[in-house]
Design a protein around this ligand. Structure first.
Ligand SMILES: Nc1ncnc2c1ncn2[C@@H]1O[C@H](COP(=O)(O)OP(=O)(O)OP(=O)(O)O)[C@@H](O)[C@H]1O
Length: 673
């Protein structure tokens, strides 16, 4: 979970801090390839520091959505590992389609044997589609006058369920195989989209709604996958089913079939008109789902604020606005989609009515009529489904593009190809002429820099405090040290190494982060502490909790270390949450510790306990603390006073009281109120 609190992205020990898997091979840094000796700074031109945000399909206009193309190559990548099963599924679909012909010929034979006269012999010729006139006695090597009899009728009729079963079984296998491949694809697509989202830099999260991301990871990947599979099924099976049945029909009665087919194109006109409507409402519906998810996400995560301000009804109204719009679009979509069926059926029934008249005039047998009508009714469902392909395609293209947009999005902050790990450092930190401005949503830089020409050298094992008015750039320095952003100019060094030349994981592995606004997962106390070091033993977790003065209150909880902390730790008090976060940082045992003191005051006793815990945590580490209350940092080795993105003064408390006007002002504001 990443949230922006104050000035920088608080991402306490989250996956970004631990670092997700980074695809180094996806990096294309031409300067590095052409001249490996080029200075690292040259490899990071300003324009690369924040890659422009390529257009997200959910921010597109309807016209732009209509122009979207299906990124087949990207989908194929996910299909490759399951190609065998996929081809098998398609092959079975083809066999199932061809089997329709066998079914019609078989049923035609059975009907003629059974329906047209009880005194029939096997030698009476039957008229079969494709094969023409057939003498069954000759085929079976029996005498022409062998009566069909009750036994023969029973055997023939028993073949109908067998044929139907085989037909159904082949269709089942076809659907199962493709659904199996689809499910595997969905798993990997979802997992990759989630990984790709976590790989993004904090800048991405400040410009993207969490609810919309959740909607893409969960819903759009499912829509993309299930529609794609359905499309394959339709495209491979249905046309062949239609061709097979048509072939059989033509061989049986070309005129009747032709007459029926003249009617068919009439069905297409309304479908094309409806298609446009569906495309629009389909994409609008997806957008509204994103808005709904965002509202839900914000209401649930901010439930205390919602309740505190009694804004439940307000939130319901916000939710219902998107909800109503979504339902309206869903209804529009369903109305358009479902209109197709009745239109196709009405037009088709005209064909059947005309066919009946034709049979009466031709004085043809009832069994022939039944078989022809049966074949015709079998042709219309696949034709109806095929007519929806275009509409289904529109929804699929939109969903696939949204998913691929996230999959392909390269992180703004990337490791250099083959970048080495930064080993455990002593704790030296240097800011060398660092300037940085945040970016706008379109990727261009804001006019006002958050940090300008900051230079300072922090020695290992010392305690530094950052003070200054709100917006002075304190949190931005934290973000730059964590490499959530790269400076526009200047360098950030750890023990003399430019942090852009080593992996982000190893940089963040050297940093522990504690803020008063602690984030806890809905999990046990144990797992929340273990997040600091995933392979920590039970003893190490308990030792860390003891050092953080958390052990006693944990023991007092029902379930002790197994107690669930609730959503975002809502079952615990602010001070308790903080102590868990300190225990987590103790377990991490990183040489650099970033402390962010919240502005909200705790009661004196809790504050004392927290201060003691922080004192234990700080031992032997380089500590950089953002301090809002000067009382907590008067003992700091050095206090860095910031103003308007720059360093105004550096010195000890006593020195600053003498020489820094701004510090004197801050001091008098707090102590002489
Ligand atoms: N993600 C962001 N996008 C755009 N501007 C930002 C972002 N984060 C911070 N800023 C701006 O950068 C400047 C420095 O902010 P920063 O959060 O570093 O200050 P701060 O000293 O930590 O403030 P505070 O004490 O209130 O947390 C401010 O003008 C702020 O508005």
């Amino acid at each position: 979970m990443i949230r922006r609190v104050g000035g920088y992205i608080k991402n306490e020990d989250s996956a970004l801090l631990r670092g997700g898997e980074l695809h180094l091979d996806a990096l294309h840094l031409p300067c590095y390839a052409s001249d490996p000796a080029a200075s690292v700074r040259d490899c990071f031109p300003t324009s690369m520091a924040v890659a422009p945000f390529s257009k997200n399909p959910s921010q597109m206009t309807d016209a732009e959505i209509a122009q979207l193309k299906m990124p087949y190559a990207r989908i194929l990548e996910y299909l490759k590992p399951w190609m065998g099963r996929f081809i098998l599924g398609v092959f079975i679909g083809i066999v199932a389609a061809a089997f329709n012909g066998v079914l019609i010929v078989g049923v035609s034979l059975i009907f003629q044997l059974v329906l047209d006269g009880g005194a029939k012999t096997l030698g009476t010729p039957v008229q079969l589609p494709v094969f023409g006139e057939v003498n069954l006695a000759q085929v079976l090597g029996m005498a022409n006058d062998t009566p069909v009899g009750l036994g023969g009728v029973i055997i023939a009729c028993a073949c109908i369920p067998v044929l139907m079963f085989l037909n159904g079984f082949l269709e089942y296998l076809n659907k199962y195989c493709l659904a199996w491949v689809g499910t595997k694809m969905l798993f990997h697509i979802r997992s990759d989209v989630f990984r790709s989202v976590l790989r993004q830099s904090p800048a991405f999260f400040s410009h993207t709604k969490a609810g919309e991301l959740m909607q893409t990871v969960f819903n759009q990947s499912r829509v993309a996958q299930s529609n794609a599979v359905q499309l394959v099924q339709l495209i491979t099976n249905r046309p062949l089913t239609i061709v097979t049945i048509l072939f059989v029909l033509f061989s049986q009665d070309w005129f009747f079939t032709l007459m029926s087919l003249v009617i068919f194109p009439l069905c297409l006109a309304p479908i094309i008109a409806i298609g446009r409507k569906v495309r629009k409402s389909g994409s609008r519906e997806e957008k509204e789902v994103g808005t709904m998810m965002t509202t839900m996400h914000e209401s649930f995560t901010g439930i205390r604020l919602v309740k505190g301000y009694a804004r439940e009804e307000y939130e319901v109204k916000r939710f219902d606005k998107a909800n109503a719009e979504m339902c309206r679009n869903m209804l529009r979509w369903t109305r358009a989609m479902e209109l197709i069926g009745p239109i196709v059926e009405s037009v088709a029934s005209i064909g059947i009515a005309a066919g009946l008249v034709y049979f009466w005039v031709q004085e043809r047998s009832a069994s022939e009529l039944i078989v022809l009508v049966m074949a015709l009714t079998k042709i219309y469902p696949p034709a109806k489904e095929l007519s929806k392909v275009n509409l289904l395609m529109q929804k699929t293209v939109y969903a696939v593009n949204k998913v691929v947009h996230l999959l392909e999005r390269e992180a703004d902050i990337k490791d250099l190809p083959g970048a080495p790990e930064l080993p455990r450092i002593k704790g030296g930190v240097t800011f060398e002429n660092v300037s940085f401005a945040y970016s706008k949503i379109d990727g261009s830089k804001l006019d006002k820099a958050a940090v300008t020409n900051v230079s300072m050298e922090l020695s290992p094992g010392k305690f530094y405090a950052l003070v200054g008015p709100s917006g002075a750039g304190k949190s931005t320095l934290f973000s730059l040290l964590l490499r959530f952003y790269d400076p526009d100019s200047g360098r950030v060094l750890m023990d003399g190494t430019d942090i852009r030349t080593v992996t982000q994981d190893s940089v963040r592995g050297n940093i522990g982060l504690v803020s008063q606004d602690t984030f806890l997962f809905h999990d046990t106390i144990r797992e929340n502490i273990r997040y600091g070091r995933l392979n920590a033993t039970e003893e190490e977790i308990i030792a860390a909790a003891k050092k953080a003065h958390a052990h006693d209150f944990i023991q007092a909880q029902q379930g002790g270390y197994n107690a669930i902390v609730g959503d975002s730790g809502c079952n615990l008090s602010g001070g308790q949450k903080q102590r868990l976060s300190i225990a987590r940082a103790i377990l991490r045992n990183a040489p650099i510790l970033l402390l962010d003191e919240a502005t909200s005051a705790l009661d004196t006793e809790t504050e004392k306990i927290i201060q003691e815990a922080i004192h234990v945590l700080s031992e032997g580490k380089t500590v950089i603390a953002i301090a809002h209350r000067l009382s907590t940092i008067m003992q700091a080795d050095q206090i860095i006073v910031m103003r308007d993105g720059g360093v105004a003064d550096i010195g000890s408390h006593d020195e600053l009281l003498k020489k820094s006007e701004l510090y004197q002002k801050l001091y008098s504001l707090q102590f002489h109120e």
